[in-house]
Structure formats: C-alpha cells, structure tokens
Design a protein around this ligand. Structure first.
Ligand code: 26Q
Length: 814
C-alpha cells in the first residue's frame, strides 16, 4: 500500500466505523457494548468490500471473462472479520484505530458467530476454494442455501453429545447482502400433460407450485483485496401471488400451511455427512437450490449480452460439489428443451460441456439414490428427462457391449429393482458431465476401478484427479500468526500467495536457532489451547506433554476407536504394568456425530468415560490426559490445529477420499500418524517417509482380505494379549462401572465383523505410537521433522488445486 492510499484507507475506515455507530446502531460512543463494536467494525469493512466487489464485477465484465460457478449444499465459512481484514491488508491498521479508542480488536473476533453452513470436509473445501479463486483473481462464485440453522451446536452432558440449534443469524450477519430484486421462482409438484403440436412432443407441466428463492450474497475477499467475489445463498419463500390465489379461493388454512412448508425448505442443514437422508425435504432443498442457481446463471449469461445459448460452455463452467447438486443437469436440460426450444442433441451437448462433477466418497451408504415415486411427485418433468437420459445411456452402452451385456444394468441411472425403482445420482452426474474427478490420487484411481468401471470404460478421458488443498491464508496466516511471522521474517511473505516458497525453509531445518523459535511458538500455541481447554472442561493440560490430536467428524471409518484403544492400552500399561510412557501425552479429540448415528454417539460417550477415569486416576497424573473438546467448528479448529504436535489420520485405507485436516495440521508443523489412505499418501511423498509415521494395511491389502472373505478379527483378540486386555477392560465396564453393559457393543462389533479392520491395524498402531514417543523425546530430531513438514507442504494449498481445476476442467483462460 502506498502511504497516501494507506492514509486514505485509514481515514475512511475510521469514518465508516463512526458512521455505523451512529446511523446503523443509532448509539453514542458511551453506550457501546463489545458486540456493538464488532458490528460497527464489520459494517465498515463490508462497505469497503462492497466497493471492491462492484469494481471486481466491472473488471470481469470488461475482460469478458468466463465465469465459474461452484454449486454446493455446503459452505463451511467460519468467521469472516479477521479473515477479511487480513485479506484486505488492513488488520494492523484496524487494530491501531481501535486501540486508540480503548478497544481490543482481538476480543471482537470472538463476538462473531461461525457461519457453519456445512458438515465437514466437503463444506470446508468449498470455502477454501472460494478463498483461492478470489485470491487468484478468478471470476469464481459459489451457489448454496442460506440455512436459517447451520450445523447444530454440540453440547456434552453426562458424556453424551446433545444437539442444540445453531441460530447463527439471530443477529443478522453483516457479511450477507440481501438481493430481493434478484429473486428466482422455481416450480415444484404438479403433473405433466402430454401434447403433440406440429409433430413434436411438447409436454406441459401444469398445476405447479411456485417456490421463491431469495438470494443473499456473502462477500469473499481475495488476498490483497483486489478481487471480491461472493457466494450467493438462497432462502426459500412462498410466492405471494400464489398465496393470494389460494387465499382467494377461500382456503385460508391451506394457504398458511403451504407457506410454512415452503419456508421450511431452507430452515436447516442436514447434519449427516454419510448416511443418505432419503427425505422429501432434502430432495426439495437440492432441487430448489439448483433451480435458483441455474436460473441465476442463465440470467447473468444473457445480461452480459450473450444471445446464443450454444456459447454457454465457453462462457460458463459449473462444478458440482458431489452429487448433491446433480439435478442441475436435469434442470439445465429442461430449460434448454422446454424454454429455449432446443433439440435434445443440442441441449445435451451444451449441458455436458458446461457441467463437471467432483466425487467425494466411495462409501455405498453415502451415495445418493432417490426413489422414482418421490421424484415423480416433486419434479415430474425432470423425472421424464432423467428417464430419457437413462434410456439413451443404455442404448449407447448396448451398441458398445451388446444388448445382453450385464454391464448395462450396472451402468443404468435407474435401478428398477431397488425399492420400487431408484435414481442413482452419481450415474446421472457422470453421464451428464465432461469431467469427473476424485480428490486424491488414490481416491481418483478407486473412482475408476471400483465406483464406476463401466463409465470409465466408455469415457476414460472424462476421469481425472484433483488432489484437495487448503488455504494457507486461513490455516496458517490467520490461525497461527506467530509461525506466520517467523516464516515471513525468514523467507519473506511470498508464501502467502505461493505456498511452494516455503521450500526455502528446508535449508534451515537443521538450524538450532530456528529450532528454538519453532519450539517457542508451538509452546505458546499449546498454552493457548490449554487455556481454552481449561475454560471449557476445567481440565489442566501440560504444554510440555505431547499434544496428540484427532479432530474431525466422528465416524467408524475414521477410527476414533483405534485411537481410543491406544489410549486405554497406555492407561493399562501405567496402572497395571507400572510402565510409564516415554513422554507424557495429552490426547485431544474433537468432532461431531450425526444425530442419528448411534455408534458414533456411543464413541463420544466412551471417549468421555475413558477421559473421566484417566484424568482422575492419581497414578497417571502428569503422564496422561484425555480431553474431548466440545463443539468442533472452524473457529475452534483455528485454535486446536496450531497447537498439535501429532495429527491422527488413521482411517481404514481406501475409505477417506482425501482428508484436508491432514494438510492443515502438517502446515502448522504437526507430524502425522496415518494410514496409506487419501491424501496421506501424497503427503508422505511430499514430506518424505522419514518425516511422517505411516502404519497399517494398504487399500490393496484390505480389498484382498475382504474379497477372500477370511478376515477373522477374533483371531487377533485371541493371539494378541494387548488387544484382549483393552477390549475386555472396555466391555467389562471398567470405564463406567455404573452401567457395565453400555460398551459391550465395542467388543462385540470388533470381534464380530470389525468392518473397519481396527483390530488388524491395532498392533502396528501402538508400535508406531511407541516409536513416536521415542522420537519426541529427542527434541532436536522431532523439531527438524516438524520444520520439514512445513517446508514441503506447498503442494497442498487450495491455490494449486483451484489452478488445476481452472486449467484442466474450467478452461478459464478461454
Ligand atoms: C447426502 C445426502 C443427504 C444428506 C446428506 C448428504 C451428505 C452431506 C455431506 C453426504 C456427504 C457429505 C459430506 C461428505 C464429506 O465431507 N466428504 C469429505 O470430503 C472431503 C473433501 O473432498 C474429503 O477430504 C473427505 O475425505 C471426505 O470424507
């Protein structure tokens, strides 16, 4: 920033703050609470952002730039104040301004409620991509739902997870700009009247009910403040016009009922990231939002003066974040056929060349399938179109494989046998997209070989990999300011926009002075986390101890249980064998369970029971501590991740599509204990095998065991005394004597099927943990590895990921 520009910005920021205190809050200085200061500063900042947003749009228009639309049911943004100040480069200026008025900026950050419009990895990835697209000056916009209630707040009562509603907009968010004039109307329900005019089949969709989508734009500032984009979030409203029609017909109660149903649509984010909900409301959410997005995209296209819809693919790219927005394909087809009057072939070509699909899971229970009957009821015209796509797909496949091929049934979109007929959304997404990508090298291979071998055979050129990344602006610069300062002092601030620059650090990995600074920074971050944990749990963590962290959604495949078995093993070593661990450890676990996922909820209860026993046993005092930190969310992650020494990434190989927490931890100098799963494999390749702790079966070995059908978990129990001890202690009520039967399930399920092969990996896991303790005891060697992790993590920036999407899928420089 030049001096005059800086002075001008300072003056306008100060003036804007005063303005909002007076005219938005209508208060005088003396009356202000902390919350008011937050609001005034945020509103002032929003004004600066709006200016730049308008300028950005004008610039893209002049450049006639191709637009990218990222369609996602989830955007896990977190807080915006600190992030926006950083990205505009005015955080210190704002700090000084406020300090002169006796206000601590840092304290204002905690006034902001997280925007938790997502469950976990997939939603946070969308948020990181928005940050990167804006920072790279790309015209990239999100489309999503403006949920009134974000992901539930997690409370822990008596060791159990209890869900509370997250009314994040109780005070309206200053980052959301309502755009009522851009409302969209989307039809649902009704029926099809078949009509043949001039020899052409012209279906008429009648008795529709209109839904209204009310957009609000959430501003996304790129780093450097030049580019400000937004994610457009739709809230559902009933159509007034429609209401009046029913009111006039005399059915007052029905009219009010319908209004309520319509507005329920955008009430709440579905809190599951695995089991498919299968509920009408969820289907309505997916369709409603896609309907609004596509209309808005096409409106923008013609507003920019485009008059030939055939040019759409060269002007617009649409990325589907998993199958949740897949109906975009059917909706775009419907508009092109029924509104634009195109022939099928032309419409299909445009759709296919515009849309691309990212897959985030192979887990069968997470793959979306919708019953034909439900689709018929909600979107009859779309179902017709889906049937036509299916029939053409099978027709094409039959010309390649023959009419009798078994593959025809496997590739079909409609599975006629399941529950009276279902649409497989991933199949619709794949046939309708010109690009199909997985999110790590391993996962992308598995997409081709396991999820969709038939599609891969027909269209190998569509399949590609885009390994995930995370934004270093939030996950290093914002979350770990001390480390960020040290890096900038050493190598300059180029890493903020080019994470590969961190590699220069390799040269200093042996430098003792640097070791000391790294250690001091980690220590301060651990102290900060200890303070938070003390406030939340009244539990004291020793910052000298090894902070061993697993923070992510609770899932059987992520194997929080494996970590827990390891903790119980350590505990029994101390209290029964009188063998102390080589280094004291603090086990820190955080994460939410889907409210209907009882196994995950029981795991939380077990963690808390084990924590109770371990933390209150005098024999482990000063050696072991266990903390389950409630309400894991973006702002808490920003506190936890910089404080970790060890990052647990221990999913059953082949199950975690990528993982992104693994990248955030390594970026902050934690070492990883992990399986050869998802992006862990690429992290190992990047940081070097000597700087990461890999253990356990590979995806190939697991597949083989499963195929042979001779995995016998009970063998491990009988042959390994350590497993026996740990499982018996848990199952026999040692951690909850009042209710000795509660955790019998753990032993039963692990000895029965052990679907996630916890026992097969147990020995390797605890032996690796032992090696880790020995390594940690040698502080110099640990610190060196930690520095090398930071130095070599550059590839896992979402800037790299987004650039690859832009080059290979969106063709942005067109
Ligand atoms: C589907 C239907 C109905 C209701 C909910 C859902 C639903 C919602 C969310 C299904 C899945 C999700 C979220 C999945 C997710 O977060 N996947 C993670 O994506 C990350 C980003 O690519 C990966 O790093 C993780 O490995 C993957 O688990």
């Amino acid at each position: 920033m030049t001096e005059t520009f800086e002075a001008a910005t300072r003056a306008s920021l100060a003036a804007l703050i005063e303005h909002h205190i007076r005219f938005t809050l209508a208060k005088s200085r003396g009356q202000l609470r902390k919350r008011d200061w937050y609001t005034a500063v945020a509103m002032a900042l929003r004004d600066l952002l709006v200016d730049r947003m308008l300028a950005t749009r004008a610039r893209f228009d002049r450049r006639d730039a191709k637009r990218v639309y990222y369609l996602s049911l989830e955007f896990l943004i977190g807080r915006s104040l600190d992030n926006n100040l950083l990205n505009l480069g005015i955080r210190e200026m704002c700090r000084e301004l406020l300090a002169a008025r006796g206000i601590d900026l840092q304290a204002l950050f905690d006034e902001e409620h997280d925007a938790a419009l997502g469950n976990g990895g997939l939603g946070r990835l969308a948020a990181c991509f928005l940050d990167s697209m804006a920072s790279l000056d790309m015209p990239g916009y999100g489309y999503g739902i403006n949920y009134e209630f974000g992901l539930f707040r997690q409370e822990v009562r008596d060791g159990y997870q209890v869900e509370a509603p997250d009314a994040w907009q109780q005070d309206p968010s200053p980052w959301l700009i309502p755009r009522p004039e851009e409302a969209c109307v989307v039809p649902v329900y009704g029926r099809i009247e078949h009509d043949d005019r001039q020899g052409r089949y012209q279906p008429r969709w009648v008795d529709q009910r209109p839904l209204v989508g009310l957009p609000s734009d959430l501003l996304i500032a790129g780093y450097g403040g030049k580019t400000v984009n937004f994610v457009r979030l739709f809230a559902a409203r009933a159509s007034d016009e429609f209401d009046i029609r029913i009111f006039n017909s005399g059915d007052y109660v029905k009219a009010v009922e319908q209004k309520i149903v319509s507005e329920t649509l955008s009430k709440i984010l579905y809190p599951s990231d695995s089991i498919q909900a299968g509920r009408e409301l969820r289907l309505m959410q997916e369709y409603f939002f896609v309907g609004c997005a596509i209309r808005d995209i096409l409106r923008g296209f013609s507003r920019r003066g485009e008059d030939d819809i055939r040019d759409l693919p060269s002007r617009v790219a649409i990325q589907l974040n998993d199958t949740h927005p897949t109906l975009a394909i059917a909706e775009l087809m419907r508009l092109l056929l029924d509104e634009y009057g195109l022939e099928w072939g032309a419409a299909w070509e445009i759709t296919n060349a515009t849309v691309a699909f990212t897959n985030h899971t192979l887990m069968p229970e997470a793959l979306e399938r919708w019953p034909l009957a439900l689709l018929e009821h909600v979107i009859p015209r779309h179902l017709q179109i889906i049937r036509e796509i299916d029939s053409r797909l099978r027709g094409h496949a039959a010309t390649v494989w023959g009419e009798q091929s078994e593959k025809l049934g496997r590739i079909a979109i409609i599975d006629p046998y399941a529950n009276g007929g279902e649409v497989r959304m991933a199949h619709l997404a794949m046939v309708g997209s010109h690009s199909i990508n997985g999110v790590s090298e391993l996962h992308s291979e598995l997409v081709k070989t396991r999820l969709a071998p038939e599609f891969h055979e027909l269209w190998p050129e569509r399949f590609n990999n885009k390994t995930n990344g995370v934004t270093q602006r939030r996950w290093l610069l914002l979350a770990n300011p001390r480390l960020a300062n040290l890096l900038t002092r050493l190598i300059g601030d180029g890493w903020v926009t080019d994470l590969e620059r961190l590699r220069v650090l390799e040269q200093h990995a042996g430098d003792e002075g640097l070791h000391a600074e790294f250690t001091a920074i980690k220590r301060e971050n651990k102290e900060r986390l200890a303070t938070t944990v003390h406030r939340l749990l009244q539990l004291d963590l020793d910052p000298e101890s090894l902070f061993d962290v697993q923070a992510k959604r609770i899932h059987e495949y992520k194997r929080q249980l494996l970590m827990l078995l390891g903790i119980v093993y350590q505990y029994l070593r101390v209290v029964e064998d009188h063998v102390d661990p080589i280094v004291p450890r603090s086990y820190i676990i955080a994460g939410k369970a889907a409210p209907g996922y009882w196994a995950a909820k029981l795991i939380i209860k077990l963690i808390n029971c084990v924590a109770d026993v371990v933390n209150n046993d005098a024999r482990t005092h000063g050696l072991l501590k266990v903390a389950f930190v409630p309400d894991y969310r973006v702002s808490l992650a920003e506190r936890i991740i910089p404080a970790a020494d060890l990052s647990e990434q221990i999913s059953t190989a082949g199950r975690e599509a990528s993982g992104t927490g693994n990248m955030k931890f390594a970026m902050n100098g934690a070492l990883t204990i992990g399986t050869l799963d998802g992006a862990n494999i690429e992290i190992r390749d990047a940081v070097g095998p000597e700087n990461i702790f890999i253990f356990g079966l590979t995806a190939g070995e697991i597949a083989e065991l499963t195929q042979r059908g001779d995995y016998q978990p009970s063998r491990y129990y009988h042959q390994d005394e350590r497993i026996r001890r740990v499982l018996d202690a848990i199952a026999d009520g040692r951690f909850l004597p009042r209710e000795p039967d509660l955790f019998r399930w753990v032993r039963e399920s692990l000895l029965g099927r052990d679907e996630y092969m916890v026992l097969a990996d147990f020995a390797a896991y605890i032996e690796t943990q032992e090696a880790i303790s020995r390594e940690y005891a040698q502080r110099g060697s640990w610190r060196r590895k930690s520095i090398l992790n930071v130095a070599r993590i550059g590839r896992f920036s979402s800037d790299r990921a987004v650039r690859e999407y832009a080059r290979d899928i969106w063709h942005l420089s067109d």
